[in-house]
Design a protein around this ligand. Structure first.
Ligand SMILES: [Mg+2]
Length: 254
């Protein structure tokens, strides 16, 4: 079995800044701010950590009630912002998801800093939500590594379920924080340069695999799909399967 966990922003879709715009508009409408200051990083972080930092930056005590009010307004505003900003699905994402979801033995999940309902709104906007069995979201944790552990728990995945090895668990993301969260659960880190970070910047963090975008990820599809078919048809032979050989896209700097 292969478990493939996808990040959302910059990996599956680009929302044209709809998430940030909705969060800032929520801050203005709930707390009566005239001006929203810049200075809180968004990329790769959990919504919970972003909300807390935004409140603190504007002198609002980041207590649970204030975070809840901010997130409620954010969720309310998000669909309209998504419509306004347009946004795009990242290259080859629909094709890859379609192929993986049709492959027995591949489990698709999310590993995202978005709160669950925010993730749902974003992916529904682009018609991608139904591909995923579940995952880890930014509702309960501030640290993305904790979200990664929660994703496995939510999907009912243990190292044993992945044929005794967490090497069959994969995290696909566009930031160094995605690579770090893959490390936190012993998964293979697949980095794609479709978000804010360049190939060079991502290479610095030693992902196991590195691609400009998912169009270039054919070697992984071969591993995910062919092995999974083989496992389904003959589980006993799993250990004798040959892994795909090294290829240009495989980043061996680790
Ligand atoms: Mg991202």
């Amino acid at each position: 079995m292969h478990v493939v966990l996808f990040d959302i922003d910059g990996t599956l879709v680009r929302t044209g800044g709809a998430g940030k715009a909705a969060m800032e508009e929520a801050l203005r409408s709930v707390f009566g701010l005239r001006e929203v200051k810049d200075g809180v990083p968004y990329a790769g972080r959990t919504d919970r950590a972003i909300a807390r930092d935004l409140l603190a930056l504007h002198g609002i005590y980041p207590q649970e009630e204030n975070i809840r009010r901010l997130q409620e307004a954010y969720l309310h505003l998000l669909p309209e912002m998504l419509r306004q900003r347009g946004g795009t699905v990242c290259p080859a994402v629909p094709e890859v998801l379609q192929q993986l979801s049709a492959t027995p033995g591949v489990l698709l999940g999310l590993l995202t800093g978005n709160i669950r309902q925010g993730a749902q709104r974003k992916l529904q906007h682009f018609g991608l939500w139904d591909y995923f069995a579940g995952g880890g979201f930014g509702d309960d944790h501030e640290d993305r590594d904790d979200v990664a552990r929660a994703a496995l728990q939510n999907l009912g995945v243990t190292a044993g379920a992945a044929h005794g090895s967490t090497r069959n668990i994969w995290v696909v993301g566009d930031t160094p924080l995605d690579i770090r969260s893959a490390r936190a659960i012993g998964a293979q880190a697949v980095a794609v340069a479709t978000g804010w970070h360049s190939l060079e910047a991502l290479a610095y963090h030693n992902p196991d695999w590195l691609f400009p975008d998912l169009n270039h990820a054919r070697p992984l599809l071969t591993i995910w799909c062919q092995e999974s078919y083989a496992i389904e048809s003959d589980r006993d032979n799993f250990n004798h399967l040959r892994r795909a050989g090294p290829c240009l896209e495989h980043h061996s700097g680790n």
